[in-house]
Design a protein around this ligand. Structure first.
Ligand code: T1G
Length: 704
């Protein structure tokens, strides 16, 4: 930590430079707010200063309020007051923006009289993604800067925009080249003085008119996209209602709304998710361990996963050698990767003309393993069969230089058994990419018994470089995500066997907030995957397990889901997103009769209770076994890999918030029906009895 105050005041001729230096992102901590207030007072006293610039050190202008202060008693000076002091200045104040200017940072900039941005700057008001709304004037000043519709878009979506779009909207006045925001700000302030421009205060501009039809359209959009969240509609109302109020009244209304939202479980859950994602990458036992350099990687297998991994690696600037079994397969893989890179360019992930040079300069698809002799890391993505994978690793062990990391993309196989096929088990690790790897951010880093710490550190460094959200897992069937999915999917299957329709279950689960229900997910992924898992496990299946016969019947009838036009749902031109199959009820009644089951009804509440109880119970077992290092890691996996509603924080956070005593009571009641399936996690039982929380469990061991 520097001993410098976080806000420094100096003069550049007759222009005061107020520079914030509060690493890592210049968050508006109490010290920064105090420093800004003091700097504005100093500006007023400084007769030599005729204008001022607010700029920041480091990689970004202020990236928002200090989220780590949320939930604690608010500390003076409050940000709206600091911004009012900036806006009220008799001398022009210019905000010089760079990096990611977010939340309170953009609100500080809106309080300034002018705004200049370096060309690569991005900005936005992401508060609704934290369960809040802009609470320091954003909902009141932004419409006065960019108009109502653009303000509604930015405030209710939380999306970031680039400097070019900001300039077009009128959010900033000027774009600047170069990489010194303070210098750019001083030059802009100089221009203001030379042109004799007076301070322009957004609060003094009359609120713009809003077309009622446009408001109705936006209200409907917000209501639809909010999916049960409270903050987006409250933010919408703050903007709209503020248009018909004096500015001061609008500010008071915004502050009241902000204070109310600060108390919601939604805000607590979204902040939990924010920090959980960052905590997952902080592998406690890797302090001081340096990762190995990775610039060139090999990918074995050019199927969908291999192509996606290659595309994600190329997008991250890595050199990629992809191995396929023959020239035709290698060419097919190359074409697939090229298509994915073109998609990345369309999505703005890489420069519009970057795809071809990457394919020519950094990628090759070959059939000869010798091409991997000098790579830094290899990711195997061949057929999910242990013998096939062991053979690949045996070959890699003989070809790759010492120190090359050998990673498997397996989604459930035992990484220890794969490592045993080599003479370098310390260099073997699991990198379980989620499909499609060039889109999904989640990556499970599966640490085997003998994986060296620096190989784990290398995996995390590679994940960060690829923009992945990495979570560490120990070795077990399904690691964290798929193991939990099997548990809650089984609970759903039991309900279908006992009388529920798959459509009732999907509706109840999407009503809870999931993006899709389990049967919609199954149709999307392909019902043959679950079928293959059941066939694989059949020889060792416990006779007390209940088999979802209906799922097997669908697969055996060739109904594999979307890819065959029929699964649980029917997919055709009439309903490309699927519609219920009218024959499903009859098929299920027939199977229940075969099994001697008298069907019963399940309410949405029943469905949600069972689904969540199975998920939380399995999560507690995963935590207790040390497969996951912390409960919040499990939340990150379910949020980013399985569509768990982010505004509920993840299953473990949700269970803690609901109360583990209630979770334990649910499982105890359900165990009376099926003691084999509903075996309560001893950890969950203990915490429930002690009034403890899953969040406070520290397995104290690296996740193995
Ligand atoms: N407060 C506190 N810490 C923060 C922070 C913040 N706003 N933003 C980032 N950090 C920490 C983060 O935890 C990590 O810590 C380190 O900085 C690097 O972050 C009044 C109320 C800015 C785009 O929502 O989007 O203003 O793990 O790993 O990938 O109306 O951080 O190193 O210990 O994410 O380069 C609005 C949230 C707040 C911005 C940089 N602002 N941050 O991404 O680095 S609400 C936000 C981000 C508000 C006002 C309201 C990203 C980033 P550690 P990182 P990055």
């Amino acid at each position: 930590m520097t001993d410098q105050p976080p806000v420094q005041y100096r003069r550049d001729g007759d222009i005061a430079v107020i520079r914030v230096d509060n690493p890592p992102v210049n968050a508006l901590s109490a010290a920064v707010r105090t420093g800004l207030a003091e700097a504005m007072a100093q500006l007023a006293r400084d007769d030599q200063a005729r204008a001022a610039v607010i700029c920041c050190a480091g990689r970004t202008f202020i990236a928002g309020a200090d989220i780590s202060e949320f939930g604690k008693p608010p500390v003076q000076p409050h940000l709206p007051d600091v911004i009012a002091a900036i806006e009220d200045s008799a001398k022009p104040v210019i905000a010089a923006l760079h990096g990611t200017v977010l939340g309170g940072g953009l609100e500080v900039a809106l309080g300034a009289h002018g705004r200049i941005a370096l060309s690569g700057a991005r900005m936005g008001l992401p508060e609704v993604t934290l369960g809040l709304l802009p609470g320091a004037g954003g909902t009141q000043r932004l419409p006065r800067a960019v108009g109502v519709e653009a303000a509604l878009d930015l405030v209710t979506s939380g999306r970031q925009i680039g400097a070019d779009e900001a300039l077009k909207l009128g959010l900033i006045d000027t774009l600047a080249d170069g990489d010194d925001p303070c210098a750019a700000g001083v030059a802009e302030a100089r221009r203001w003085l030379d042109e004799g421009r007076a301070p322009r205060r957004l609060s003094e501009i009359a609120a713009p008119e809003a077309d009622p039809q446009m408001l109705d359209r936006w209200r409907a959009t917000v209501a639809k996209s909010a999916r049960g969240q409270v903050a987006p509609m409250r933010a919408f109302e703050a903007v709209v209602n503020g248009l018909s109020m004096p500015f001061a009244q609008g500010m008071a209304m915004e502050r009241q709304t902000f204070t109310e939202l600060m108390q919601t479980p939604e805000r607590a859950a979204l902040i939990h998710a924010f920090f959980a994602e960052r905590r997952a990458a902080q592998a406690d036992d890797l302090a001081g361990v340096s990762p190995r350099k990775v610039d060139r990687i090999g990918v074995i297998g050019g199927g969908t996963m291999g192509q996606g991994i290659a595309a994600a690696a190329l997008t991250a600037g890595l050199d990629v050698t992809l191995i396929e079994r023959d020239d035709a397969a290698a060419e097919k893989a190359r074409a697939g990767v090229a298509l994915m890179l073109e998609g990345a360019a369309k999505r703005g992930k890489i420069a519009p003309d970057a795809a071809a040079p990457l394919m020519e300069g950094s990628f090759r698809a070959v059939t000869d393993y010798d091409g991997l002799a000098q790579v830094d890391l290899v990711i195997e993505a061949v057929f999910e069969d242990l013998d096939v994978k062991r053979d690949v690793f045996r070959r890699l062990d003989g070809i790759c230089r010492p120190g090359t990391v050998l990673a498997t993309n397996t989604s459930y196989l035992d990484v220890n058994l794969i490592a045993d096929a080599t003479r370098r088990p310390q260099d073997v690790i699991g990198l379980h990419f989620f499909s499609p790897p060039n889109i999904m951010r989640l990556l499970e880093i599966v640490v085997a018994d003998r994986t060296a710490p620096e190989v784990v550190a290398t995996a995390f460094a590679l994940a960060k470089r690829m923009g992945k959200i990495a979570v560490r897992s120990g070795v077990c069937d399904g690691f964290i995500g798929n193991r939990m999915m099997l548990a809650y999917r089984t609970a759903a299957d039991h309900m279908v066997l006992d009388g529920a329709s798959p459509y009732d279950i999907d509706r109840a689960i999407t009503g809870f907030g999931f993006a899709m229900g389990p049967y919609q997910v199954g149709d999307l992924a392909g019902l043959d995957i679950g079928y293959a898992t059941r066939q694989r496990k059949a020889p060792t299946r416990d006779p007390r397990e209940r088999v979802p016969v209906f799922a097997d019947r669908l697969v055996e009838a060739g109904r594999l889901g979307r890819k065959t036009g029929r699964g649980y749902y029917i997919y055709d031109d009439q309903t490309p997103k699927g519609r219920p199959d009218p024959e499903m009820a009859g098929m299920l009644d027939g199977i229940r009769a075969e099994l001697g089951i008298t069907p019963r009804d399940f309410t949405d509440k029943d469905i949600q209770t069972r689904y969540m109880a199975a998920m939380v119970n399995e999560g507690a077992k995963i935590l207790d076994e040390g497969i996951a290092a912390r409960a919040s890691d499990i939340d990150v996996v379910l949020l980013h890999g399985y569509g768990f509603p982010r505004w509920k924080g993840g299953p473990m956070h949700w269970a803690d918030a609901r109360g583990l005593d209630r979770m334990a009571a649910d499982i105890t009641r359900l165990a009376a029906e099926n003691p084999y399936f509903w075996q309560m996690s001893p950890l969950l039982a203990r915490l429930a009895a002690e009034g403890g929380r899953l969040a406070d469990v520290n397995t104290g061991k690296d996740a193995k």
